[in-house]
Design a protein around this ligand. Structure first.
Ligand SMILES: CC(=O)SCCNC(=O)CCNC(=O)[C@H](O)C(C)(C)COP(=O)(O)OP(=O)(O)OC[C@H]1O[C@@H](n2cnc3c(N)ncnc32)[C@H](O)[C@@H]1OP(=O)(O)O
Ligand SMILES: O=CC(=O)O
Length: 529
């Protein structure tokens, strides 16, 4: 079917019946206005990332910014947190798929981060049906009959928080004045037009998670978009609240500044650990001294991760902001109680450490983890909704601590094969339209898969990329392993005979062995869907 679009806008995608309900004139008009107003700045900021990356590749090391020392030293706090976001002990996350939206809202978690980003393949249908799901979820009417089961919302549901796409991703199906619009602006604008007022009427509000930012100037862009949108929609300034994922090494040096930019709209920070590890590999990929051990060895207790987690906590609480812990990738293991107990022990330890440190809540990947995580936070919080009053003045984190990249060993053949296997499996699932999959009993999404593929790229290039048994990791070694790992993937993956896995193996080989490092794996993948 065809729909009307604002002057200068083109939609190059199928408008299936029902899509017109979210692709309304008002929503598309806001997309067009935001694009015209802010797209040049998004492009400038993306160009600034490229320039910064060149300097890092040439050996520059990040540090706290001298020009914003007054902000770090200043005595300021973010605006008060709305009631609906005061208590976030457990936040469940998941792709914006209808059944999962219902299950997550019903999961017993305090809040639910619904994901248009890393756990979702951003194909046109997923993005638009996701918006339809959001509209129905906000109004409490979302329901589904599937597999002989009826799904509908409970009386009490989690507070909804939405993660739009990051600044790097376009929405290629929507052009304004001949140029692709930002994926994040598209997701945000549609959600705001259809839901913000309804959410306010129901005692909550439009709440967001903002991914992958690299600087406070990127946060300023979101803040300006919020101000503009609130004005356009006639909402009081400060209505929108956003939690920023600190998931790049560069953002870790600007946490105060990011909170400051968003101070009228801030709902705190989250330690997005998986993308953070990926960002460290990406930013120091050419540093001959940088090399991390096998992926499973790089945990939250690694020196650089511990420093980051504690600095985030201290920074948030100093500014009256919630500090939300990240995601343990462990998920319930079916049909193996012993292995499941080990996995649950891992999640328990993760949440216990965060709660004891002072975090106000943390992420879980699966409804089966909500109660367990809640128990760990309640042990520390008791009846309190959060522990923002727990100031961590004892924490001292320097630039050197943030850059203390250990452990470097072991790097093993098993670890290399694991990365290749996960990379192919995830890319194949993503191309087939599923952005989050269980692989080897772990949750894998774009962020975790980025670690796998970037480690392989880096181990091939760094002199430190040497296996425990003395063999250097090489492109030929990786090329030889790819067909072997592809065969293993095809044997276990859901729809393993889907051609997407063969294509995934080709892309994985290209990405890990080519001279150029792909900035995000989802960028070339997006051109394939
Ligand atoms: C690094 C980051 O960016 S983290 C944030 C992004 N990642 C995520 O959000 C992870 C989301 N999690 C998931 O997608 C899934 O849990 C997976 C893919 C890891 C595992 O999925 P599955 O193997 O299908 O889980 P499983 O079969 O145990 O599911 C059991 C039930 O729980 C539901 N479920 C599982 N995870 C979730 C979730 N996160 N939200 C809502 N429902 C869920 C399933 O839909 C299923 O429902 P049903 O019984 O009504 O059919
Ligand atoms: O988005 C979260 C992460 O851990 O990465």
């Amino acid at each position: 079917m065809t729909i009307g679009t604002p002057s200068g806008m083109e939609i190059k995608a199928d408008i299936k019946p029902g899509y017109e309900q979210v692709l309304t004139p008002e929503a598309l008009d806001l997309v067009a206005k935001l694009s015209r107003e802010f797209e040049p700045r998004r492009q400038q900021l993306l160009a600034a990332r490229v320039e910064r990356a060149k300097r890092l590749d040439a050996g520059e090391r990040p540090d706290f910014l001298p020009e914003t020392a007054h902000i770090r030293a200043g005595d300021w706090k973010i605006a008060p947190i709305p009631k609906a976001l005061e208590c976030r002990r457990v936040e469940i996350t998941g792709p914006v798929e209808r059944k999962m939206v219902i299950n997550a809202l019903n999961s017993g978690a305090d809040s639910y981060m619904t994901d248009f980003e890393d756990s979702n393949t951003p194909n046109w249908d997923n993005q638009i049906t996701g918006q339809l799901n959001m509209r129905d979820a906000v109004r409490g009417t979302i329901a589904l009959e599937q597999g002989g089961k009826s799904y509908k919302l409970n009386d009490k549901v989690a507070t909804l928080v939405v993660r739009p796409r990051g600044w790097h991703l376009d929405e290629k199906h929507v052009l304004v004045d001949g140029k692709r619009v930002s994926g994040g602006i598209f997701d945000f604008a549609l959600f705001m037009v259809h839901n913000a007022k309804e959410q306010l009427a129901r005692g909550a509000g439009p709440y967001f998670y903002l991914p992958k930012m690299e600087s406070h100037l990127e946060a300023r862009l979101w803040n300006d978009i919020f101000v503009f949108t609130q004005r356009e929609l006639g909402l009081p300034q400060g209505t929108i609240k956003a939690t920023v994922l600190i998931e790049t090494i560069l953002a870790a040096f600007e946490m105060d500044e990011i909170l400051y930019e968003l101070r009228e709209h801030s709902a705190g920070l989250n330690a997005g650990r998986w993308d953070y590890i990926f960002s460290c590999i990406k930013k120091f990929k050419l540093d001959k001294d940088f090399c991390l051990a096998d992926r499973p060895k790089v945990t939250m207790t690694a020196p650089f991760m511990r420093a980051y987690a504690l600095l985030l906590l201290k920074t948030c609480h100093k500014r009256g902001a919630p500090a939300i812990g990240g995601m343990s990738a462990l998920i319930p293991i079916k049909n193996d109680p012993a292995k499941n107990e080990v996995a649950m022990g891992g999640v328990r330890a993760d949440k216990s450490r965060d709660a004891t440190d002072g975090y106000d809540g943390g992420w879980v990947a699966h409804p089966g983890l909500v109660e367990l995580a809640m128990t760990e936070f309640k042990k520390v919080l008791g009846d309190r909704p959060n522990q923002i009053d727990k100031q961590r003045e004892d924490v001292q984190v320097s630039a050197k601590d943030l850059l203390d990249f250990r452990p470097e060993a072991p790097i093993t053949e098993e670890g290399l094969r694991y990365n290749i296997n996960v990379g192919i499996h995830y890319l194949g699932a993503w191309l087939a339209g599923n952005g989050c999959v269980p692989i080897h009993n772990l949750m894998e999404d774009a962020a975790t898969a980025e670690i796998s593929r970037s480690q392989v790229w880096q181990w091939i290039r760094t002199p430190k990329g040497v296996l425990e048994d003395g063999r250097k990791v090489t492109a030929d070694m990786v090329r030889a392993m790819i067909p072997e790992e592809l065969a293993k993937v095809k044997a276990v993956a859901a729809n393993g005979d889907n051609p997407s896995y063969v294509r995934a193996a080709e892309i994985f080989e290209q990405m890990s062995t080519s001279e150029n490092f792909a900035e995000f794996l989802t960028l070339p993948l997006y051109e394939e869907i």
